[in-house]
Design a protein. Structure first.
Length: 182
């Protein structure tokens, strides 16, 4: 024969149990945001309106690249991918996101600096592909470079730098690798 406890009624026990369950739910850690699925080689990014530093941290962990982030690099980003990417593809997506938001990745020794694009020219020491900034020296043999400057400037995006060195008949182009390759 069961004897109910006189001072604890069923509604009170129910309320106490409910209160304790809310406490347990509130103490659970939030799930890690960026990597939805990851294997040793492939990563699927699903970031919605997260701080850009979260993206930088995610890319750093996935690629093993160390980043130094300029304090002016701020904002929220959204990156959604439906298929897994290898490390190289992930890094190219990352560079594209940086470009869209007005930032650039500038390799500097063992780290990559993330800076506003307008400052990237000043810290440029790149040799890269895709969205990375590069400087290319082009030797011209058929036409004086000073005649080429006014013809080529309209073909370049506004952030590109085109200059000439007439004594060596050389053009110097600094821009995104994809643009310079064209």
């Amino acid at each position: 024969m069961k004897r109910p406890l006189p001072f604890l009624s069923r509604p009170l026990l129910f309320a106490l149990g409910l209160l304790l369950s809310f406490n347990v739910i509130a103490q659970q850690d939030a799930p890690p945001p960026p990597l939805a699925r990851a294997t040793a080689q492939d990563v699927t990014l699903n970031l919605r309106n997260v701080d850009i530093r979260t993206l930088i941290d995610t890319v750093s962990k996935a690629t093993g690249i160390n980043f130094v982030v300029d304090p002016r690099v701020r904002g929220n980003v959204t990156v959604v991918s439906s298929t897994p990417m290898d490390r190289d593809a992930l890094y190219q997506v990352f560079l594209s996101v940086l470009e869209v938001y007005g930032y650039a990745a500038v390799p500097s020794g063992p780290v990559v600096k993330i800076v506003p694009s307008i400052n990237a020219r000043q810290t440029l020491q790149l040799h890269g592909r895709g969205e990375a900034l590069i400087t290319r020296v082009i030797h011209v043999s058929t036409v004086p470079v000073m005649q080429l400057l006014p013809l080529l400037r309209p073909l370049l995006p506004p952030q590109a730098v085109l200059s000439a060195y007439p004594p060596g008949n050389v053009l110097i182009v600094t821009d995104r690798a994809d643009n310079v390759e064209r």
